[in-house]
Design a binder for this molecule. Structure first.
Ligand code: SF4
Length: 254
């Protein structure tokens, strides 16, 4: 697949600019995946099975050679990726391309953030700039992960790959989003927080686009309690945190 442009401005909190150098994602999340829903709606893929077969943007590096000099002074943090996964589990060709993208961005003085449900390579610590490496971790229950993130890396291996980078002095972060309600999986948020307590930053957010949430009586109170727990934990452990908009609501729905 060939594209004309890659870098674009975004409103997400992980970075002010982003790029997606593949279409599709073998992780096949069933929360569901917003990127898949949009790709299907706009006719970029026809089926879930097609979404699971990622197509690389073959001219990624050529485009970036032109775009990075143009964007480098505007970008605070370039996020990989918004609509695919840069370290798709067991897809070496995507991992290798992502590493080249990161090297090239850093060579232009552009810092990056990455977010994955795959495994973060240890060689990320050799990059010259202070990038931010993140994983998504919403549960320690491997059975739940298998069901909702069927192609993603096992959760304990994912956390270990992040810990390895932390131990090398890299800045790390964890996205606990979309956090499942107890009718999806019974679990103790404290255990999850403890398992990732080494990280520098936590982002917490609720699950959207899934009717199963509204079937859980008192789901808003549940999310409000979770937000309090995450906030208290992060304050005690001096971890930066961010609560995604719409996760915490008071009785007026605000
Ligand atoms: S890892 Fe991200 S892009 Fe890939 S299927 Fe899951 S939610 Fe979608």
């Amino acid at each position: 697949m060939i594209r004309k442009s890659l870098i674009y401005k975004t409103g997400v909190e992980y970075g002010d600019y982003t790029l997606n150098h593949a279409l599709g994602c073998s992780h096949g999340c069933k929360y569901p995946c917003y990127a898949y829903m949009m790709a299907k709606r706009f006719g970029k893929v026809k089926t879930y099975e097609e979404w699971l077969q990622p197509q690389i943007v073959e001219n990624t590096l050529e485009i970036l050679k032109k775009e990075l000099p143009r964007f480098k002074d505007k970008i605070q943090l370039l996020h990989l990726c918004f609509t695919t996964d840069p370290f798709m589990y067991e897809h070496d060709e995507i991992t290798q391309l992502s590493m080249e993208v990161l090297r090239m961005a850093n060579a232009h003085g552009v810092r990056c953030s990455v977010l994955t449900k795959g495994l973060l390579p240890e060689s990320l610590d050799e990059l010259p700039l202070r990038n931010e490496f993140g994983i998504t971790a919403v549960s320690l229950n491997e059975q739940f992960i298998q069901e909702y993130e069927p192609g993603a890396a096992p959760i304990h291996a994912r956390i270990q790959s992040l810990k390895n980078l932390h131990d090398q002095g890299c800045r790390t972060w964890v996205s606990i989003e979309p956090y499942p309600t107890p009718n999806m999986v019974e679990q103790d948020l404290a255990e999850l927080l403890e398992a990732i307590s080494f990280t520098d930053k936590i982002i917490f957010g609720r699950l959207h686009y899934n009717k199963i949430v509204s079937k859980y009586d008192g789901y808003q109170e549940f999310y409000n309690r979770c937000v309090e727990q995450v906030t208290d934990f992060c304050k005690q452990r001096r971890i930066d945190y961010h609560i995604k908009t719409g996760t915490l609501k008071n009785q007026d729905g605000q």
